[in-house]
Unconditional design. Structure first.
Length: 182
């Protein structure tokens, strides 16, 4: 919602909303639909189209389905913009490092899905949204550490920051290098 609000005054916007098939998605759909209706934005809604494979984690399943939907709309002159932020890059780096292949979330996914907010922290986005009175929906499932990303966010990141309080600076440099290479 912060990014939608941020882009409002300077861009012709169409909104993509993906329903993950959860209660949280229903609640978020209502919020996004109302915002789009009020601002007269066209909204495209997608949803999961298949059952989760036994070999997929829930996170992988939802990501695969979400990006399949996004690619229906990604065009050279109208990219899809996601709101991945610096905290997401830190989590991804920790997750991928634990699997032997350290990496950050790249700026570009495929040809036309871009992630321009990777140098912005989640706290900065929240502060911006508060200052601009942007309504948003907190996904309460983000508290459930049975999902690996949440476990990393809630358990591993705080411990990694004890080891290296400058971890955000380290990852920021990696993100900056990725922008320079893009």
């Amino acid at each position: 919602m912060a990014i939608l609000n941020f882009l409002t005054n300077s861009h012709d916007i169409e909104v993509l909303f993906f329903d993950h098939g959860t209660q949280t998605s229903l609640e978020a759909s209502w919020l996004v639909s109302n915002a789009c209706s009020w601002k007269e934005y066209k909204i495209h809604k997608g949803k999961v189209t298949r059952e989760k494979l036994a070999t997929e984690s829930w996170e992988e399943y939802w990501r695969n389905e979400r990006y399949k939907f996004f690619y229906q709309f990604a065009e050279a002159d109208r990219p899809v913009i996601t709101c991945h932020h610096l905290d997401d890059c830190i989590e991804q780096w920790l997750f991928s490092s634990m699997h032997g292949k350290p990496g950050i979330i790249p700026y570009l996914h495929g040809d036309n899905i871009i992630r321009p907010f990777r140098l912005t922290t989640k706290a900065e986005l929240v502060n911006w949204a508060r200052r601009h009175k942007v309504e948003w929906h907190d996904d309460y499932s983000n508290e459930d550490t049975k999902y690996m990303r949440n476990f990393i966010r809630k358990e591993l990141v705080p411990k990694a920051l004890v080891v290296n309080p400058g971890l955000a600076k380290v990852i920021r440099k990696k993100v900056e290098a990725d922008y320079a290479a893009a």
